[in-house]
Write a protein that binds this ligand. Structure first.
Ligand code: SAM
Length: 306
């Protein structure tokens, strides 16, 4: 048994007054790109992990929970089998991997601003992308996703926003605003859906999640929050599905199971009808906070996390 003192520890400040630690077996990469500080480390409990600007993005052991939760509710709520998808951000390639499980997908575009991060993930995290970047349906672009959405006229059945948090001086600050979500809505087909990771949902830290939910309600007819626990983050994590038509809260467990069987190739580790039902049934204090939030995030008043 190795003692805790013999490890190097990675300490992530989840809030200004709370943190989460991982014992590190070794560091594979530590560098600064044009956009962010990058670390890829092997942790004792979770295997490889990607860390950007000091924030853990995913770990080998539980990334299936995060990425399945991010992708499948959206692809199972499009009107008809999804044919095209856009990933905004997406670094590791695991979001893309989950999308490519749908044989109906003919085209999957991923727009991540940071080519250096994606190259490092390609090289060091093959367990996560599992060849998704080489799939003939994939188009990988390196540019600001907002600029891409502004110039493209293409419509997608599914758009997923898999971005880093909007940190001061980070690359994602103007991708969490009403104006940005309006662009996303306009680039969706009439039966399309979007999903996003929307920050932590732990007690006392619901301001970000509820403000994003409130902002999306200005833009989309259907907005449904859901959450899961991502144990390498050490906190429950919030997601939001916004849709032009289908409301995921009206999809019952057997219907979700039937859609999984019909639309997907292979088996999932996390998402099914029961998980869907559980995730969308937000607890009372979260629903209360959603109901009380009045803040709408705009380009003029963006939400920046510290
Ligand atoms: N799983 C993650 C989490 O927990 O937040 C997020 C996944 S992924 C690593 C986030 C990616 O968003 C990064 O690779 C980063 O380069 C990309 N990104 C940040 N700002 C962006 C922008 N303006 N346009 C496109 N991609 C952006």
């Amino acid at each position: 048994m190795i003692s805790p003192q013999s490890y190097k520890w990675f300490f992530e400040t989840t809030t200004a007054v709370e943190g989460h630690m991982h014992a590190v077996v070794r560091t594979l990469v530590e560098t600064q790109t044009k956009f962010q500080h990058v670390e890829i480390m092997v942790t004792a409990d979770y295997g490889k992990a990607l860390v950007l600007d000091g924030r853990i993005q995913s770990s080998q052991a539980d990334e299936f929970i995060y990425h399945e939760a991010l992708v499948h509710p959206g692809l199972l709520a499009t009107e008809g089998p999804p044919r095209s998808a856009l990933v905004i951000g997406g670094g590791e390639g695991a979001t893309l991997r989950e999308i490519l499980r749908y044989p109906s997908i003919e085209r999957a575009v991923m727009v991540d601003i940071d080519g250096e991060v994606v190259d490092l993930c390609k090289q060091h995290l093959p367990e996560m992308h599992q060849g998704a970047f080489e799939d003939r349906r994939t188009e990988l672009r390196h540019e600001d996703a907002r600029a891409y959405l502004e110039k493209t006229a293409e419509r997608f059945d599914f758009i997923t926003v898999d971005l880093v948090e909007p940190l001061e001086a980070g690359p994602a600050c103007l991708l969490f605003t009403r104006e940005f979500y309006s662009l996303v809505r306009d680039r969706l087909t009439p039966g399309g859906t979007m999903t996003m990771q929307a920050g932590m949902t732990k007690v006392g830290e619901l301001g970000f999640y509820t403000a994003i939910h409130r902002t999306l309600r200005e833009v989309f007819p259907v907005v449904a929050g859901y959450q899961t626990y991502v144990s390498c983050f050490g906190t429950p994590w919030g997601f939001i599905l916004a849709s032009k038509k289908i409301d995921p809260c009206r999809q019952l467990a057997p219907a979700v199971d039937a859609l999984v069987a019909e639309r997907l190739k292979g088996t999932l580790g996390y998402w099914d009808g029961t998980t869907h039902q559980h995730a969308f049934a937000l607890p009372k204090h979260v629903r209360k906070a959603l109901g009380e939030q009045t803040r709408i995030v705009t380009d003029a008043h963006p939400l920046i996390l510290t």
